[in-house]
Design a protein around this ligand. Structure first.
Ligand code: ADP
Length: 215
């Protein structure tokens, strides 16, 4: 991606690993953050760009009263029927990808941040983002911590969290392709120290890449 900002970091990790918490801290430090989960929510809001195709494919039964996608109902449908899941992904994934790449470009060209952080929960599983990013940052924690944190923040049962984790890459698979790892097994304060160090490193890498691009 050639642009004013020269570094795009793909941020990933399993459900509940701490991606959102980490991305928020990077944003506070000055990184531009593009979050595919935020984009997915926008696409499936009442007036979202994915809704006509979703209604055509699944009918009105997957909507909440206000017209937005009933995400819990859709999740149940997809778990009981892989064909449903494939249909939903065929609608959503290309839209999420094109919108997130467009936003990365906009952020890069706006040149108000030293680098862009692209948050993609299924970065490793999809493989579709690799050509758009310069490196992969994995947020890592124990699987038991993932489960406990997700259960504390949502109404999902332990089995439901397990089922979601089973559809995602394993901890080992993620770590195997990581350029950088942020360990989120401890307290939030410890995490912040790692984030600050990486922030400085990304500024430096972005600067170097920018110099190379322009010689
Ligand atoms: P993800 O975006 O990867 O699903 P979140 O950032 O939403 O993960 O974190 C999952 C939950 O765990 C949230 O409720 C968050 O506040 C909490 N959490 C994240 N990091 C820590 C930590 N180091 N200690 C305790 N709770 C944490």
């Amino acid at each position: 991606m050639s642009s004013a900002v020269s570094l795009i970091v793909g941020l990933t990790g399993g459900i509940g690993s701490g991606k959102t918490s980490v991305a928020d801290r990077f944003a506070e430090l000055g990184a531009a953050v593009v979050d595919t989960d935020v984009i997915a929510h926008e696409l499936t809001s009442a007036q979202g760009a994915a809704m006509p195709a979703i209604i055509q494919t699944f009918g009105g039964g997957v909507l909440q009263k206000d017209g937005q996608l009933d995400r819990a109902a859709m999740r149940r449908l997809c778990f009981s029927d892989p064909a449903m899941r494939n249909s939903l992904e065929a609608i959503l994934h290309p839209l999420i990808r094109s919108e997130s790449v467009a936003r990365c470009r906009r952020e890069a060209n706006a040149d108000h941040a030293p680098y862009v952080l692209l948050v993609v929960p299924l970065l490793i599983e999809s493989g579709a983002y690799h050509e758009h990013i310069d490196r992969i940052l994995v947020v890592d924690c124990d699987e038991t911590q993932q489960i406990a944190r997700v259960m504390a923040r949502s109404a999902l049962s332990e089995k439901e969290v397990h089922d979601i984790m089973a559809t995602q890459a394993s901890r080992a698979q993620r770590l195997a392709v990581a350029d950088d790892v942020l360990s989120n097994t401890g307290a939030r304060d410890e995490l912040l120290i790692g984030i600050q160090a990486l922030h400085r490193r990304y500024i430096e890498l972005g600067r170097r890449a920018g110099v190379t691009e322009h010689v």
